[in-house]
Design a protein around this ligand. Structure first.
Ligand SMILES: O=c1ccn([C@@H]2O[C@H](COP(=O)(O)O)[C@@H](O)[C@H]2O)c(=O)[nH]1
Length: 249
């Protein structure tokens, strides 16, 4: 599917945040060929489970946005249980700590080997994009957010993870701290024409691409549009213009 995407759109995973199978399936049908993959998270997984997530996206790249945060043994075991769905990306919370992150990395590696499947990217959520500096202080963490994001990303990298979930605003700092190969998967994406909603650390799709995001996670700007395919095409045009401008400068 990703091969036929408009330029740059192979990086876009659409967040199908619905508990409803038919709604998710309809979005997959409308958006196939326009985007690089689909992200199914807590809403869908709580209602339908990971097997159905694979069924609904078919052969498309699947990001299982489970955001595990538990003791090491539990997280490792839960990640092994997801392996048969052959996700392209899975995630945990970096704040689960070093032992949990190492157990997660080992479990993902081993499950892929045992089942002879490509290993998914294992990435760690740093600071949720719905939080700002004030929220961070409210949960007892020292800010600013960007410092905490870099701190958790370094921890995830040291523990063998492939990358992190961060806001587009931290991409530059993370590239400097963790290097070019560390995967940056970026929600908090809002075209100028979309409402921010509960997201606090946002950038436009073109800005996130220019900053160097490896993957963009976009939900409501596409899924809540009256015509999701048209919204995806508008985003494709913005990203395409950014890619053209970068290549001619
Ligand atoms: O820090 C994070 C981590 C995950 N998400 C998820 O991404 C999508 C964003 O959806 P929008 O509708 O584009 O806001 C959603 O599924 C979140 O669970 C995030 O936003 N921030």
């Amino acid at each position: 599917m990703s091969e036929s995407c408009p330029p740059g759109m192979e990086r876009v995973f659409v967040g199908l945040d619905t508990p409803d199978y038919a709604r998710a399936q309809d979005l997959v049908e409308r958006l196939s060929g326009l985007v690089g993959g689909f992200k199914l998270g807590k809403e869908f997984l709580a209602a339908q489970g990971p097997k159905v997530a694979r069924e609904v996206v078919g052969a498309a790249p699947l990001f299982l946005d489970v955001k595990f945060h538990d003791i090491p043994n539990t997280v490792a075991s839960a990640l092994r249980a997801l392996a048969p769905q052959a996700p392209a990306i899975v995630n945990v919370h970096a704040s689960g700590g070093p032992a949990m992150l190492r157990a997660a990395a080992e479990a993902v590696e081993r499950a892929a080997e045992e089942q002879d499947r490509p290993r998914p990217w294992l990435i760690a959520v740093t600071v949720l994009t719905s939080l700002d500096d004030t929220d961070l202080v409210a949960v007892g963490q020292s800010g600013p957010v960007a410092d905490q994001v870099v701190r958790l990303a370094r921890l995830a990298q040291d523990c063998g993870l492939d990358g992190v979930v961060c806001s587009p605003r931290e991409i530059t700092a993370l590239r400097a701290a963790c290097g070019a190969d560390f995967k940056l998967v970026v929600p908090g994406i809002r075209p100028a024409w979309a409402a921010a909603g509960d997201q606090k650390r946002i950038m436009t799709p073109a800005e996130a691409v220019a900053a160097g995001a490896d993957r963009l996670v976009i939900g409501r700007p596409i899924t809540a549009a009256s015509d999701p395919a048209d919204a995806a095409r508008r985003i494709a045009a913005e990203i395409g213009a950014e890619i053209d401008a970068a290549s001619s400068s």
